[in-house]
Design a protein around this ligand. Structure first.
Ligand code: UD1
Ligand code: MG
Length: 487
């Protein structure tokens, strides 16, 4: 978009409807696609116009909806719709939140049209301003226009009015140009026309669509902007449409990232939320989902089959077949395959969390490795430390959680258990199977397992006649050792 639309005086987002076809306890507009509620998308598109005022009209599940709206947009104005039904009434009550003498353009949009972009809204406002219209409606040509309001055009192509499906004649039903429900109005025209709108129609509602005919009768110019991108004006009424819109949104998100220099090997199996940020030369392998506020640095390789939520991944890092949430993975670090990084895992540069590791609330310093099979929770590990296979931080005593602090250049042997709280000094070692209950000073080797004692001839004596005893007997014969069972 090269031309910038003039900022409208206000945008009113209609969000009072019930959305019964979702068959959900959750209000329709709170259902999510692309990691954001439908109404969150509507507000984002509206905010992009930089309106002086932003209003949402609410009624159904009012408190739950308002809480969500104010969370994403604290300075949003809330208008409560009363029992008079219809989009006309909704807008009228939206206007009540605004200055009575408001001048300029008022844009009306819906809370359940999630693919609508600021760019398309700008086109609408630019055409509205340029042509000095009283009303400009966004329309689309549909193969099947059933249910929509139809656009009635004059010979000069300006708009005569809108006829609702339920009020339309057979001839009008044949019209394929439909009302999207998204408009730019002159504020004064809108306010005065709404006083003339009645509920005398098939649905007994105050139709906002009547404003177009009234504005024209009063001498205003009423026109339409036709979009070829019907997805942008499509609402989600049920979960089938929600899924279709979600898939299309994802397709658009992926395409934008690929054009920005991200390699996505298999767009069909990749899902990226709208708020995710990627750098150029990131590679996303099949089966990957990136959610929330995840951000990924250049040259990182993600996937296959990984799910990453609200996590910062540094440049050149690798995540393979893993699940990562609310964490940080520094540059050139590596995760997986099959790692489960729970919240507050902070993996340092060049560090590694390998196969079948679960982590939570840990800091791992530069170059340290937890390569195989273990659990690390509530722990701090210094730099260039190697945590052996199968190590466990026993961080929970059944009541409280405790910390394990491990220094730098430490080498822990296989199956070490750290019974927290415990501290291991720099350069210390542990022996295999150590159960570390006491602090280990820097440079010490912690041994907790009893020295090994071999009972010679035990198998022949205690398990005679078994295959193991036979094998032991043969081995002894071969090497010329005693084949006498131990006494
Ligand atoms: C409306 C339009 C129709 C258009 C269609 C596009 C009118 C009279 N008709 O029809 O021309 O083709 O949208 O989808 O405007 N809402 C309120 N308060 C209400 C009623 C609705 O806030 O009292 C909100 C809903 O939450 C929704 C939007 O307005 O976001 C549209 O409501 P809906 O009932 O879906 O409108 P339609 O009857 O489909
Ligand atoms: Mg309706």
């Amino acid at each position: 978009m090269s031309v910038q639309a003039n900022a409208p005086a206000a945008v009113i987002v209609l969000a009072a409807g019930a959305g019964t076809r979702m068959k959900s306890a959750k209000p329709k507009i709170l259902h999510e696609i692309g990691g954001r509620s439908m109404v969150g998308h509507a507000l984002a598109a509206a905010r992009g116009l930089e309106p002086q005022k932003l209003v949402a009209v609410v009624r159904h599940e009012r408190d739950r909806v308002v809480e969500h709206l104010l969370q994403i947009n604290p300075d949003l104005l809330i208008a409560d719709q009363d029992e008079i039904p219809g989009t006309g009434r909704a807008v009228q009550q939206g206007l009540e939140q605004l200055d009575e003498n408001l001048e300029g353009t008022v844009v009306v949009t819906y809370g359940d049209v999630p693919l609508l972009t600021t760019e398309l809204l700008s086109e609408l406002v630019i055409a509205h301003d340029r042509d000095g219209n009283a009303v400009t409606v966004l329309t689309a040509l549909l193969e099947d226009a059933t249910g929509y309001g139809r656009i009635l055009r004059a010979d000069d192509d300006t708009v005569l009015g809108i006829r609702e499906h339920k009020d339309a004649s057979a001839a009008e039903h044949a019209i394929r140009e439909v009302n999207s429900g998204i408009y730019a109005f002159d504020a004064q025209v809108l306010r005065s026309a709404l006083t003339e709108v009645t509920t005398e129609n098939a649905q007994g509602e105050m139709y906002l669509t009547d404003v177009l005919g009234i504005a024209r009768t009063n001498g205003g110019r009423v026109a339409a902007v036709v979009t070829e991108d019907a997805w942008q004006v499509e609402g989600a009424n049920d979960r089938v449409q929600l899924a279709a819109l979600g898939k299309e949104m994802n397709r658009r998100t992926l395409e934008a990232w690929m054009r920005a220099g991200v390699s996505i090997i298999d767009p069909d199996s990749t899902w990226i939320d709208v708020e995710v940020a990627l750098s150029s030369d990131v590679t996303i392998k099949p089966g990957t989902q990136l959610h929330g506020s995840t951000a990924i640095g250049t040259d990182a390789i993600i996937g296959p089959d990984s799910t990453i939520t609200n996590t910062l991944v540094g440049r050149g890092a690798k995540v393979v077949r893993s699940d990562v949430t609310d964490s940080k993975i520094a540059e050139n670090a590596s995760v997986g395959p099959f790692a489960y990084l729970r919240p507050k895992t902070n993996l340092g540069p060049d560090a590694k969390i390998g196969a079948f590791y679960e982590t939570k609330n840990i800091v791992v310093g530069r170059g340290s490795k937890l390569s195989h099979l273990g659990y690390a929770g509530d722990a701090e590990i210094g730099e260039y430390t190697n945590i052996g296979c199968g190590n466990i931080t026993a961080n929970y005593d059944g009541v409280n959680k405790h910390r394990t602090v491990i220094g730098s250049h430490v080498r822990t042997a296989s199956n070490t258990v750290f019974v927290a709280p415990v501290t291991i000094g720099d350069g210390a070692y542990t022996g295999a199977g150590a159960i570390v209950r006491k602090n280990v000073p820097a440079g010490a080797l912690a041994l907790t397992v009893a020295p090994q004692r071999n009972a010679e001839g035990w198998t022949l004596s205690k398990r005679p006649g078994t295959p193991a005893a036979e094998a032991a007997f043969k081995s002894a014969l071969d090497s010329g050792e005693s084949t006498e069972p131990a006494k």
